[in-house]
Design a protein. Structure first.
Ligand SMILES: C[S@@+](CC[C@H](N)C(=O)[O-])C[C@H]1O[C@@H](n2cnc3c(N)ncnc32)[C@H](O)[C@@H]1O
Length: 257
């Protein structure tokens, strides 16, 4: 018999194209149950009926199923490795790097890449693709206003140069914004571009099932040019990277063979 959650998964897939079955079940169920209980629903199906009638609920659902926490220079030491070791290496061959921040949330990650690259290149030569499944976060990313807490790891000179304080918010400068193109993209169902020199995909694969991860590693690997670099999150080492034609080159960095 198809259970309550499985029916919900089916209906959400038809309505939104989002396939919840590719996300770890216990974790997702817990997040969504607390949301629907808060709104007074008794079951997933009951919740779905509510979603059908009320767009606000649909948005609350989308908000809750994606976990959007991010910050600039998240796990600072790793970004230092990118800056000191891999960016110079990539720039040895060419200046116009093709870069993708996949699951970029509210923009802290692609903007961090832009600030790091600004040490090597004029901003006008920097182009970064940044994608996420969640339109709300992309909207916030384009506005580029942040609470101080997400700037904790930003080097002081970058903070001075590229942020302007507006009441409680720090607003990122237009010249940094212009380096990033934000697009809606579902990692689990949309096609990937190819020939990337650098792909940064951090703190999202942990939410996916092993099967989904497996297929994503293949897709990321194929999206990199030979010698291209894949930078993952700090709990997301790839078990058996050779299987995907990837070689570990530093902690949380892999190179396409
Ligand atoms: C925890 S944030 C990570 C943000 C940033 N990469 C970082 O490490 O700070 C996870 C992001 O993954 C996005 N996400 C979840 N499922 C996705 C999918 N199937 N395709 C693309 N993005 C997805 C969420 O919307 C969320 O913004």
């Amino acid at each position: 018999m198809v259970n309550d959650y499985e029916q919900f998964i089916e209906k959400i897939k038809v309505k939104t194209g989002i396939d919840l079955s590719l996300y770890k079940e216990q974790q997702m169920k817990r997040r969504l149950t607390s949301l629907y209980e808060k709104h007074g629903f008794k079951s997933f199906l009951d919740f779905y009926r509510g979603i059908e009638k009320d767009n606000e609920l649909l948005y609350a659902f989308l908000d809750r199923m994606t976990i959007n926490v991010s910050e600039f220079y998240r796990n600072g030491k790793r970004w230092e490795v990118l800056e000191k070791k891999f960016i110079p290496e990539l720039l040895k061959n060419k200046r116009n790097l093709k870069i993708w921040s996949a699951a970029c949330s509210t923009g802290e990650e692609p903007y961090t890449i832009a600030m790091i690259l600004s040490k090597f290149l004029p901003l006008s030569e920097i182009k970064i693709l940044a994608t996420d499944i969640d339109e709300n976060v992309l909207q916030k990313a384009k506005i580029g206003a942040y609470h101080e807490r997400s700037l904790n790891e930003v080097p002081i000179e970058m903070k001075r140069k590229y942020f302007q304080k507006d009441n409680d918010y720090y607003v990122i400068s237009d010249e940094i914004k212009r380096t990033v193109t934000f697009k809606k993209h579902n990692l689990l169902s949309d096609p990937f571009e190819i020939n990337f020199d650098l792909i940064v995909c951090r703190n999202v694969l942990i939410y996916f099932t092993e099967e989904a991860k497996n297929s994503l590693y293949n897709k990321f690997s194929n999206a990199l040019r030979q010698g291209g670099i894949f930078f993952v999150g700090s709990t997301e080492q790839i078990f058996n990277p050779g299987k995907y034609n990837l070689e570990p080159i530093d902690t949380f960095f892999y190179q396409r063979i």
